[in-house]
Design a protein around this ligand. Structure first.
Ligand SMILES: Cc1cc2nc3c(=O)[nH]c(=O)nc-3n(C[C@H](O)[C@H](O)[C@H](O)COP(=O)(O)OP(=O)(O)OC[C@H]3O[C@@H](n4cnc5c(N)ncnc54)[C@H](O)[C@@H]3O)c2cc1C
Length: 428
């Protein structure tokens, strides 16, 4: 026997919790929140390295990747619940916020504060949260009276609902319950799914001599993304060398573009300026000085000669790409190579061979076309169905934009779904 609810929200992540809260608040609607995993809001605890970077004071169109033809819809959705209003939502509920260079966090710097706030609200509004209820199928049934209801099947139960909000996330973070099953549920009702790819994800690079030694080194660098030899993006910040390739915010920022180009089998390279911030003039002087003194001391090694420019293990990586080692005597190194070694430090190339998997991604590029929902997040194909968050083909850059998108779309869908419910008025 199917259990019935007016509104079922599938997925208790950022957007699903927010949708359920918005639907229940002030409407008296009976809202059921089904979560496939063992606990609600599991991913939120891991966000922002455990601090939850929930939004950003800087909000421009460039912070959200979407198809050009869907840009104005994305803007309307975001403007529908402005950033300030979203921040007020949390601070009015006791979650004081602060920012670092525009990146907004709870004042406690604990992601658990944000998760606890959402869970407390769900409890206060008597939203019934059921965990371990992974929705396996979703279909529409038309009653004899002509009324259409949704049937949701989990491993344990069958539910019947007038409206359904799908808030299942994308494929980023399978360890938090996101396995792309939301796409299959939406597709089963006729929605399109643009190929989902991991985004904000570390990049795998072709290993070279010195790669393993460099693993673990962090440095400030300018990272240029080259696709078929042409610059497609540029970011500066702290990068992290790993045994498989590169990570760090600048790398994550360009990873979505890199993933798309790799899918099209184009050549993808990173060009690193490992001495970013040194002006051209200072650099020219520095090079001239090092080249002049290079061979004066017969005992001097390449490691000695490069001293002070970058960490030893990074020297090993850069030299290794030319088949050289730090221990080699400078005077035994072809003098034509010395200026090239210095140039390498400012334009060190690494070939990108792939991305890390979804378990290392923070979000998903691709998904359900935004054009298939309205400004209120209702499906344009299936009346009574609503779609939110990462399931949609909008992905934010690093800096709090993905949670902002998730919370905003969740709130919009929840409110609109509650007010669109047919039948009796809510009792509040
Ligand atoms: C490690 C990490 C750190 C991050 N840090 C940040 C950050 O600091 N700032 C930021 O803006 N963004 C961050 N993100 C991205 C952000 O967390 C996501 O974009 C956002 O949570 C997406 O919200 P969502 O509601 O769409 O999906 P999710 O939060 O992923 O929630 C989806 C929920 O649906 C459940 N579910 C899936 N399928 C089913 C089903 N069939 N039946 C029932 N339940 C189902 C899942 O178990 C999950 O709980 C981070 C992501 C990761 C992985």
């Amino acid at each position: 026997m199917a259990e019935s609810a007016e509104l079922v929200v599938v997925g208790a992540g950022a957007s699903g919790c927010m949708a359920a809260i918005a639907a229940a608040e002030g409407t008296g609607r009976r809202v059921l929140l089904l979560e496939g995993g063992p606990r609600p809001a599991a991913k939120i605890y891991a966000t922002g390295n455990g601090r939850c970077n929930l939004t950003n004071l800087v909000q421009t169109a460039a912070c959200y990747h979407c198809r050009p033809e869907e840009r104005s819809l994305a803007d309307s959705v975001l403007n529908g619940w402005p950033n300030d209003a979203m921040m007020d939502f949390f601070s009015e509920r006791g979650v004081l916020l602060h920012d670092r260079d525009g990146y907004v966090y709870p004042r406690t710097d604990q992601a658990s504060t944000v998760a606890a706030c959402l869970l407390r609200e769900l409890d206060r509004l008597q939203v019934e949260v059921r965990t371990g209820e992974k929705v396996r199928s979703l279909c529409l049934r038309t009653e004899r009276s002509g009324i259409r209801t949704f049937l949701l099947q989990t491993g344990r139960n069958t539910y019947e609902a007038q409206s359904v909000i799908l808030a299942c996330g994308g494929l980023a973070g399978p360890q938090y319950g996101c396995d792309g099953s939301g796409y299959r549920l939406a597709a089963s009702l006729g929605h399109t799914v643009r190929e989902p790819l991991p985004a904000l994800v570390p990049l795998r690079c072709r290993p070279s001599e010195g790669t393993s030694q460099a693993a673990g080194i962090r440095c400030i660098a300018e990272v240029r993304l080259l696709i078929d030899g042409r610059e497609a993006g540029r970011e500066t910040g702290e990068i992290l060398f790993t045994d498989y390739g590169l990570s760090g915010i600048p790398v994550l920022q360009i990873s979505g573009m890199a993933a798309g180009a790799l899918r099209e089998q184009r050549q993808v390279e990173l060009c690193l300026d490992l001495l970013s911030g040194i002006s051209e003039q200072n650099w020219e002087q520095e090079c001239a000085r090092r080249l002049e003194t290079a061979e004066q001391n017969g005992r001097s090694t390449l490691g000695d000669w490069l001293l002070g420019l970058c960490p030893d293990r990074l020297q090993a990586l850069v030299l290794g790409s030319r088949g050289l080692v730090r221990e080699k005597k400078v005077y035994k190194t072809g003098s034509y190579l010395l200026p090239e070694i210095l140039r390498d430090l400012r334009s060190f190339r690494m070939e990108v061979t792939g991305t890390q998997g979804p378990d290392r991604a923070q979000t998903t590029a691709g998904g359900i076309p935004l054009a298939e929902v309205s400004e209120e997040m209702s499906s344009r194909l299936v009346p009574g169905l609503w779609l939110t968050g990462e399931m949609l083909d909008v992905d934010g850059i690093c800096g709090g934009y993905n949670l902002r998108w998730a919370f905003t779309t969740g709130r919009t869908a929840g409110r609109a779904a509650a007010s669109a419910l047919t039948g009796q008025e809510g009792n509040a």
